[in-house]
Design a protein around this ligand. Structure first.
Ligand code: SF4
Ligand code: SF4
Length: 365
């Protein structure tokens, strides 16, 4: 026996045994395409989980690497005929790896920062100061998220500007990290739940009835994960769901050839496919064409699941594949700061721009 504690994996012992090794997941897994080994795709990761569960494997560097190069894109979940929730198994396996002291240094640093500073970047500047907004009582709240507040500031500025232009009474929130990074890398759920409760309390204190988010990762947390652990007594909308219902008078983008990249955490995880497209359709003159892999079959940008921070090379390979699929376009529009960052980092000599939809809408409104 390896002495590896598997309290989390134990919850999915049955699911781990349901995989028939059919290999359907092999045709879609972005990490397998980047790495080339069976251990870097879902069925391989299930075998590793099985080995850990039964004490037949040590949690060595290779096991850790294979469990953490998964972007949690969920394309394999869509493809699996046995309906195995592979992302769930991988995240529970990660929770056991962390519990047994196998956390990656980059992930540990981010989680320690979140615990100490409320964000993964160890930023000490108060969010109200960075955003130039003081939270106040309002029916609509904008949850900005750590990345848009401290790194991808254009996303935050554009979203704030759009909400200002629409004239709705909205407020920012005295927020802390949504907990997505911690949960994706397997940090103990007790700490994530504390952050969830802190955010919900801050939102409730402002009397918010509708929470709007422009980050796919934060959105998935509030929409799917928060309700599993805390009471969420308000409506949760992605900014594109909010804007799709609005009568937007936009300037034209004549002749620009554009396509749309579905963020995995907004699309496959939460089923939000049409609202971004409805907003894009409002832009006069734009020549829009879908990529071959779109909506449910969209390919991953490579930036999720903690892969960008721990394995940047694999993350860039996955992003390059996605960019090649959009070679016909001048512009890739997406709706998540992580996707914008990751795809932009891999552009290199390609003549293509990657932009967040909110930045474009703000310019045209
Ligand atoms: S598609 Fe599902 S059942 Fe088939 S090998 Fe992959 S995880 Fe196993
Ligand atoms: S979630 Fe995505 S990256 Fe992870 S195993 Fe499935 S297809 Fe591969």
């Amino acid at each position: 026996m390896s002495g590896f504690e598997t309290d989390n994996l134990e919850k999915v012992r049955k699911a781990v045994n349901v995989c028939t090794m059919c290999g359907f997941c092999k045709s879609v897994c972005p990490s397998f395409k980047a790495i080339g080994w069976d251990t870097a795709l879902s069925r391989g990761r299930i075998i590793l989980s099985y080995g850990l569960l039964n004490g037949e494997l040590q949690a060595d560097e290779s096991v850790v690497r294979n469990m953490y190069t998964c972007t949690t894109c969920a394309d394999c979940v869509r493809r699996c005929p046995s309906k195995v929730d592979i992302v769930d198994i991988i995240e529970l396996c990660r929770a056991d790896l962390v519990k047994n002291g196998n956390i990656l240094p980059k992930h540990k640093a981010m989680c320690d920062n979140i615990k100490e500073f409320g964000n993964p970047f160890a930023e000490t500047a108060p969010r109200a100061e960075v955003l130039g907004r003081t939270p106040h009582k309002a029916k609509i709240g904008y949850f900005v998220g750590c990345t848009a507040t401290y790194r991808s500031k254009k996303t935050a500025e554009a979203t704030l500007s759009i909400l200002d232009k629409l004239g709705d009474d909205f407020t920012t929130i005295d927020e802390t990290c949504c907990g997505s990074v911690m949960q994706r890398v397997g940090w103990p759920q007790e700490d994530v739940t504390k952050m969830m409760q802190k955010n919900v309390d801050a939102i409730k204190a402002l009397g918010i009835e509708t929470l709007v988010l422009a980050c796919a990762g934060c959105y998935r947390m509030f929409k799917l994960e928060y309700p599993k652990y805390v009471d969420v007594p308000f409506e949760v909308l992605h900014i594109t769901e909010y804007l799709a219902k609005k009568d937007l008078k936009l300037k034209p983008m004549d002749g620009v050839k554009a396509t749309y990249h579905d963020p995995c955490h907004l699309g496959r995880h939460c089923g939000v496919y049409e609202p971004p497209r409805e907003v894009i359709k409002k832009i006069p003159g734009l020549q829009f064409k879908e990529m071959e892999y779109n909506r449910k079959t969209s390919h991953c940008c490579g930036g999720g699941g903690g892969v960008r921070s721990a394995y940047p090379e694999e993350s860039m390979t996955i992003a390059s594949t996605r960019l090649d699929e959009a070679a016909f376009a001048d512009l890739i529009i997406t709706t998540c700061p992580f996707c914008v960052n990751n795809l932009s980092s891999a552009v290199g000599d390609r003549k293509i721009q990657v932009r967040d939809l909110v930045e474009i809408i703000d310019e045209l409104l």
